[in-house]
Design a protein around this ligand. Structure first.
Ligand code: AHN
Ligand code: ZN
Length: 338
């Protein structure tokens, strides 16, 4: 694994990113250049590896065990180090993109996007992403005393990262035909508090906004992207999210059909959802990479998401390995079919 640390300090950003790209062009110790791919016959290569729901669940539990992963806290710092180490153990190249961003309330956040690259030399690429931070406030908690308490974000954040770490593990054992980039975005969930009067505009997905303007490689591109958000609760339902349908309808179709073929038609619904301003919005808008969002939408709750959304109830107890498996099997099948 090649490790590239990339620290942005405001105006130095462009200079430093150019420096990183320069170094990243050198011949490193990329596993993909050596034995990895050659040891498998063509028959084995097209086989889809078996997604372990147990392993994915453990990856979720491990994140939650650090405590709420709120930027500028020690739990966030420690969880970030663990994620870098874990993803770095599977990927050929690891990029750490550190920067400071200003939240809607003026707080300056020290954030870190964590990027694992598989087969860096492959020109056909797929982007997979999730956010690794958790929300600083339970502003939808039934108890008003908790409205400024940080949340575990087991489902909102943790589940997507857990599924992607399991996918990273599988890809590292048997490379697919395409190159894959796994990005854990930071500061997705530092969006405006429900009871704040400050403007909400662009207050969500701060890490994705930064990456979209400063990708880890100059002119980075991918055939398409898949964002996983809230993919671990029991009885999860995935409707066709509206920005995904606007920017990447064919990818939605492909993923939903795959999920349905695998027997998860009760979760991948042929129903239109609403527009969700999430990490994929900026990947679409700024980087022009057609990117979909697999996100749990529920019309029966007041906010439109799973019942424990932005409450202290979003903890490990609501994570259902079956849901992780449904999403994981679907995404891995799509990757190995490319
Ligand atoms: C809005 O509520 C505008 N976006 C929600 C995006 C989100 C929050 N994803 C996870 N937590
Ligand atoms: Zn959230």
């Amino acid at each position: 694994m090649k490790y590239i640390k990339n620290t942005f300090f405001r105006s130095w950003g462009i200079f430093l990113s150019a420096l990183v790209i320069f170094f990243s062009c050198g011949s490193g110790f990329d596993r993909s250049n050596s034995s990895g791919a050659a040891t498998f016959s063509p028959e084995q290569r097209t086989e889809v590896p078996v997604f372990s729901a147990d392993s994915a669940f453990h990856f979720v539990a491990s994140q939650v065990a650090f405590g709420p992963r709120v930027p500028n806290t020690e739990a966030h710092r420690q969880a970030g180090l663990w994620l870098a180490e874990t993803l770095g153990g599977f990927a050929d190249t690891l990029y750490i993109q550190e920067t400071r961003v200003r939240a809607y309330d003026g707080t300056v956040l020290n954030i870190k996007n964590i990027i694992g690259v598989f087969q860096p030399e492959n020109r056909r690429r797929i982007l997979l992403c999730a956010h690794w931070d958790s929300r600083p406030y339970a502003d939808y908690d039934p108890d008003p005393a908790n409205h400024y308490t940080p949340i575990d974000g087991a489902n909102d954040g943790g589940s997507g990262v857990g599924v992607l770490l399991e996918i990273a593990r599988l890809i590292s054992k048997r490379p697919p035909d395409v190159g894959v980039d796994i990005i854990f975005f930071d500061a997705e969930d530092y969006g405006r508090h429900r009871f704040s009067n400050l403007p909400d505009q662009d207050s969500w997905a701060l890490g994705a906004q930064h990456w979209a303007r400063n990708p880890h490689r100059m002119d980075y591109n991918a055939r398409f992207g898949i964002l996983l958000d809230m993919v671990g609760a029991s009885e999860a339902k995935f409707k066709r999210e509206a920005y995904s349908m606007l920017y990447a309808p064919n990818i939605v179709r492909k993923v939903w059909e795959t999920g349905q073929q695998l027997g998860y038609g009760h979760m991948f619904l042929n129903e239109d959802g609403s527009y969700i301003t999430d990490d994929h919005y900026y990947v679409n808008m700024i980087r022009n990479i057609p990117t979909i969002n697999i996100i749990h939408q529920d019309n029966t709750t007041q906010h439109g998401f799973f019942p424990q959304w932005h409450t202290l109830g979003d903890n490990i107890d609501i994570i259902d390995p079956y849901t992780l498996r449904a999403v994981g099997e679907t995404v891995i099948k799509v990757i190995y079919s490319e």
